[in-house]
Design a protein around this ligand. Sequence first.
Ligand SMILES: [Zn+2]
Length: 200
Amino acid sequence: MQDLIRQLLAELGEDPTREGLLRTPTRVAKSLAFLTSGYAADIDDVLNDALFTVDYNEMVIVKDIDFYSLCEHHLLPFFGKCHVAYIPKTRVIGLSKIPRLVDVFARRLQIQERMTNQIAETIREKIDPLGVAVVCEGTHLCMSMRGVEKQNSFAVTSAMLGAFRTNARTRIEFLELIKLRSVVPSYSDTPAAMACVAED
Ligand SMILES: [Zn+2]
């Protein structure tokens, strides 16, 4: 990877041998490996010691989880907050594992819509709850830095499964708890605004 980055620097018009850039290929390779470490993460390793059987079926909510990801169209960061809720049927996930789960999917080349769905689907798959809701709010540098579609550089995406999809009260309770009601007045099956302008 370091050779490719050296080549990229030259391609950009830089001199990869100047002092300030000498160690850049090493740093970039290391940082990219970290930012995409979600590919190598094993979901079961992340969750396995933290799935518990309980007699509890009230909404579990973890809000304001920070996420940092890379847009797959431009390899530029998008980042923000993720809010996760579920209603257990028989099993729960240790609360500290939910942000870890978000990291597993954020640390890949992503689009925000898919990341949101993957988090929700994984929770459904692992504990089969009565419902799962995930809302992500992200700022996309591929739009704000490049000066295109600035008004949409903040994107909200949601995935509502089970009770959150079928029961409006449950959904509204969740949206009230994360105080996003004005942004997401009601969930519909129409897809969210594209989080990133892939054509550019
Ligand atoms: Zn992008």
